[in-house]
Design a protein around this ligand. Structure first.
Ligand SMILES: N[C@@H](CCC(=O)N[C@@H](CS)C(=O)NCC(=O)O)C(=O)O
Length: 330
């Protein structure tokens, strides 16, 4: 589906700041441990599009390779300089205007599933605009949101510059991470072995850590009645999953070896380990990984997006609980 619905919520949060103003320091997506100056995402990463700049570079390189004389290699830069000077000499109104990439629309609420996407967008330096979907006010049931997210759950995105340079919408956080990874070529390896490593841990989060931690939060914190069996069941299952993660991280820095979308999928849920009844000191490798993750500027920025709005929703309010916890087929 390629429709871009109007925002379910009236307010758009930090659209301008998300697409323009950016904090200065950031670690790059490819090199997790080194902080780099921020770079705008390269449009070359967009499928089907070769930006003018890279076409020119490729052409210049071809000339250099196909002709061996020094004169031949130096003519191309000279021509480029002359062309640049001619363009600069034109009146501003006649200069070609660089087309900025249209921002991705992110249908979002500040939760561990929503953070996966803000973190990925921040890591990839992709321009985006936040469309808040207040799940405490029932905005996830608005027809315009359901048109792109039929499961009435955030997050979802609309990318105006999708495959074939046409808009595309994507729901389910794992599918969105994979889409953005393929689109940018970042944090999701293209080779089959690397991809399988990432996908195993991404699916482990989607089918294991996320749902089990969600149930632990529900029965430990939100459920209107205490159900000891359910509390024990989901606290134990989380404990087992943290054990799996701890063993995995004992001999590698990140879940799939290198930093990837699998780590991004897990960090929000793992950051809430106390709410799941876990003592992180029991899982020293998870703790080391979590500290590394939370120290990444893009992770901190992603988890901070529209946090104030979500904090105003009282999850213990019976009306909100009825809306969120009493859902049946519609
Ligand atoms: N499997 C989905 C789960 C998304 C999900 O559970 N989103 C919650 C917020 S964390 C939501 O939108 N809840 C709204 C509701 O329960 O109606 C994904 O990973 O995208």
């Amino acid at each position: 589906m390629a429709r871009s619905p109007k925002s379910p919520s009236r307010s758009t949060t930090s659209a301008r700041s998300r697409t323009t103003a950016r904090p200065k320091a950031s670690a790059s997506a490819e090199s997790p441990s080194r902080a780099k100056a921020p770079t705008r995402p390269k449009t070359a990463a967009t499928p089907g599009r070769v930006p003018a700049a890279s076409k020119q570079t490729a052409k210049s390189k071809k000339i250099t390779k196909s002709k061996s004389g020094a004169a031949a290699t130096s003519r191309a830069p000279a021509r480029a300089v002359a062309k640049k000077a001619a363009v600069a000499a034109r009146p501003a109104a006649r200069r070609p205007v660089a087309k900025a990439a249209a921002p991705i629309e992110l249908f979002y609420w500040s939760t561990p599933n929503g953070w996966k996407i803000t973190i990925m967008l921040e890591e990839c330096r992709l321009p985006y605009v936040v469309r808040p979907v207040n799940i405490g006010a029932g905005e996830q049931f608005k027809p315009e949101f359901l048109a792109i997210a039929p499961n009435n759950r955030i997050p979802a995105i609309v990318d105006p510059d999708g495959p074939g340079r046409k808009p595309i919408s994507v729901f389910e956080s794992g599918a969105i991470l994979q889409y953005l990874g393929r689109k940018t070529g970042k944090l999701y390896p293209a080779d089959e072995r690397g991809r399988v490593e990432v996908e195993q841990w991404l699916m482990w989060q989607m089918g294991g850590l996320g749902p089990m931690a969600g149930q632990a939060h529900h029965f430990r914190i939100y459920a209107p009645e205490q159900v000891p069996y359910a509390i024990k069941r989901y606290t134990d299952e989380c404990n087992r999953l943290y054990g799996v993660m701890n063993r995995r991280l004992a001999d590698r820095e990140f879940l799939a070896g290198k930093y990837s979308i699998a780590d991004i999928a897990c960090v929000g849920w793992a950051s809430r380990n106390e709410r799941q009844g876990q003592d992180i000191a029991d899982f020293p490798h998870v703790k080391r990984w979590l500290d590394t993750m939370l120290a990444r500027p893009a992770v901190a920025r992603g988890m901070a997006v529209a946090a104030e709005a979500a904090a105003t929703v009282d999850m213990k309010d019976p009306a909100i609980q009825a809306l969120l916890f009493g859902q049946r087929a519609r």
